[in-house]
Design a protein around this ligand. Structure first.
Ligand code: NAG
Ligand code: NAG
Ligand code: NAG
Ligand code: NAG
Ligand code: NAG
Length: 585
């Protein structure tokens, strides 16, 4: 794939950071962090002084109870028994019951301890008693009752962090991740956003929740946006008509002819059609019956290769690999091995990948595609000098591959020579005057350097060039790129960014990046509902599991944020924290 620069990866990182902020409550989090370079790490827990005092007065055995007990020594108390007690007596009984409950708890007699706390609660609705009883239920793994008791305690004392944490843990155990996240977020707020360990738990639960959602959806294999497909095929020599196939061909050959024609015309609809046609071709060739190395086999093998390529693009590498094996068995071409090398590289099997490239090179030492993709492999694994050598060879063998020029310019930039990189981009611009790729990636380099104005200019050029092309090349990328940098540059340009992204979504409805970026803008504008929908759509559009989980986690984090905002107590706490740190709202 065209990772012509690491911009996308970087952009994704930016998104991750933003999601952490979302997960940790509200946008306020970021501002807060910035003003609080050194956090004080105040303890999140706030036990009452009564609770602290209680620790000192632990008795050992339940002896001479001041309240009635059963023959088993358990409290014998009901509404009637207590009806005539004075307030003072009630207080004393309750305290005694709680202490005896604590002793039972220490002796790990949880069911008994529950009886004492239950009796204490009849006398007094004290959040500590609920908390104590919830500890027993927790020890018994009775999460439903833990949640009931902690909920009562929290109603009486909203910032009872010990209970909030205990409830969160139980919610997590019963896989109610949404409520667990709400509680964990509340904890980060009560902890003044300084509790790293809670944040880690929050991230873990968010991931579980997102995976659960993604796992529950039916798996659909879809083609990515035309821009992605275009840059995939664009990095190969243009496929010419295979031997023995022409416009007049019929049957399987006709399907293959039409499929290749559609691939070469490079529009979203053409790719969808090509996908169908290539499946029809493979079926019509009846590959199981063909004899190796025949002319039919050669054509069928090409059909199988493309079928594999489409499957790879749909993120179904297993099917892709199996069809490539068939293609290779029938009649391999260098491209068959290159496709397999890409599948291997994608799953980090670099040794296998390199050996596939070697096989391709044995077949045709002058096939430029080998060197371009080898360059990619080295680029992605960080071996820049080998990447450079291979891209140079690819460029020499196929001077029409714009991506080789772009990659070389990017390597030069990574190497630290900005001047030389500029020169290389200028060279590419002269050679590929109508290519939107060159200004788009040049813009990314400029953005990386911090030259916002220069970058915007390049993105504008790229967008204009794309507009005047009949086919897809960068698609919506320049619009997305521009929107990203201007929205980060200043809040004033947020509406402009939003407009660009609306256009991007229209231009490339399959671009998950356009949606996820627009969702970020919506979040900044506090249009939370819209953001959630866009994140969810973006998850549906994404093809890889990881991307789906990530987009879903943004949606889920945003939902928590929305709930927090609707909670008056937590909202007040956030305002208080911000006021303490002199942050304007
Ligand atoms: C973070 O929160 C956990 C759970 O409430 C608590 O045990 C821990 O002491 C807190 N750490 C800090 C630094 O506040
Ligand atoms: C409580 O007091 C009422 C009247 O004052 C009396 O009738 C009743 O028996 C008492 N109940 C108990 C359990 O002592
Ligand atoms: C009961 O609550 C008190 C105060 O929070 C605490 O010190 C004690 O450890 C608790 N006991 C149990 C069993 O949770
Ligand atoms: C990167 O730097 C090395 C060492 O200075 C040099 O040999 C190489 O040619 C440079 N690569 C590019 C693409 O400029
Ligand atoms: C898109 O169309 C232009 C102009 O027709 C052509 O030069 C270019 O090669 C096409 N690009 C792709 C990737 O098909």
């Amino acid at each position: 794939m065209s990772d012509a620069s690491s911009f996308l990866a970087r952009n994704r990182n930016a998104i991750v950071v933003a999601s952490l902020a979302a997960a940790a409550a509200t946008g306020a989090y970021l501002y807060y962090r910035e003003t609080q370079a050194t956090s004080t790490g105040s303890t999140a827990d706030s036990e009452t002084s009564a609770a602290k005092a209680e620790k000192k007065t632990v008795s050992t055995e339940p002896k001479d109870a001041i309240y009635p007990v059963t023959s088993e020594g358990l409290p014998d108390i009901n509404e009637e028994t207590i009806a005539n007690l004075s307030d003072k007596e009630k207080e004393e009984w309750a305290l005694a019951l709680k202490e005896d409950g604590n002793n039972e708890f220490k002796a790990k007699k949880y069911t008994e301890a529950i009886a004492f706390y239950t009796a204490a609660l009849l006398l007094k609705k004290d959040p500590i008693f609920y908390s104590n009883r919830s500890a027993c239920y927790s020890a018994l793994n009775d999460h439903v009752n833990v949640i009931k008791d902690t909920t009562e305690a929290i109603k009486l004392k909203p910032d009872y962090t010990k209970c909030v944490l205990r409830r969160a843990t139980s919610y997590e155990c019963i896989e109610n991740y949404a409520d667990a996240m709400f509680d964990l977020t509340a904890l980060t707020i009560y902890g003044g956003f300084s509790n790293k360990s809670i944040e880690q738990v929050l991230e873990r639960v968010l991931k579980k929740q997102s995976m659960k959602i993604v796992d529950s959806k039916p798996k659909e294999l879809r083609l990515p946006s035309a821009a992605t497909i275009g840059s995939f095929f664009g990095a190969f020599l243009k496929e010419t008509e295979p031997e023995g196939i022409s416009e007049e061909s019929t049957g399987a050959d006709a399907f293959l002819y039409q499929a290749l024609k559609n691939i070469n015309s490079n529009t979203p609809q053409a790719y969808e059609d090509a996908d169908t046609l290539i499946n029809q071709a493979v079926e019509a060739y009846n590959v199981e019956e063909l004899s190796k190395d025949s002319e039919e086999a050669a054509k069928a093998s090409i059909a199988l290769e493309y079928l594999a390529a489409f499957q790879f693009l749909k993120n179904d590498p297993a099917s892709a690999a199996s069809h490539l094996e068939k293609a290779i068995a029938l009649k391999p071409r260098p491209r068959s091995y290159i496709f397999r090398a890409l599948i291997n590289a994608d799953k980090s099997s670099y040794t296998e990948s390199l050996s596939d490239f070697a096989k391709a090179e044995e077949m045709d030492p002058n096939c430029p595609d080998i060197f371009y993709h080898l360059g990619q492999l080295f680029y992605l694994t960080g071996d820049l000098s080998k990447a450079q050598a291979n891209f140079e060879k690819a460029k020499e063998l196929n001077p029409d591959n714009v991506f080789a020029y772009i990659q070389l310019a990017c390597i030069t930039y990574k190497n630290g020579s900005i001047e030389a990189a500029n020169e290389k981009f200028t060279e590419a611009k002269l050679k590929f005057a109508t290519s939107p790729e060159v200004p788009n990636y040049y813009g990314e380099i400029l953005a990386d350097k911090g030259d916002i104005q220069g970058a915007c200019k390049q993105f504008d050029i790229a967008a204009r060039l794309q507009e005047s092309l009949p086919n897809f090349s960068v698609g919506a990328l320049p619009l997305i790129n521009k929107a990203s940098i201007i929205s980060r540059e200043s809040f004033e340009r947020i509406d402009e960014a939003g407009e660009l992204l609306n256009k991007a979504c229209e231009l490339d409805p399959k671009s998950e990046l356009a949606r996820i970026t627009l969702a970020q803008i919506k979040l900044q504008k506090d249009e939370v509902e819209d953001a959630i929908v866009l994140f969810e759509e973006s998850s549906d559009l994404a093809r890889s599991y990881e991307e789906k989980v990530q987009a879903t986690s943004f949606a889920e984090a945003t939902k928590v944020q929305k709930r927090i905002k609707q909670d008056p107590i937590l909202t007040a706490k956030i305002s208080e924290l911000m006021a303490q740190n002199g942050v304007l709202q």
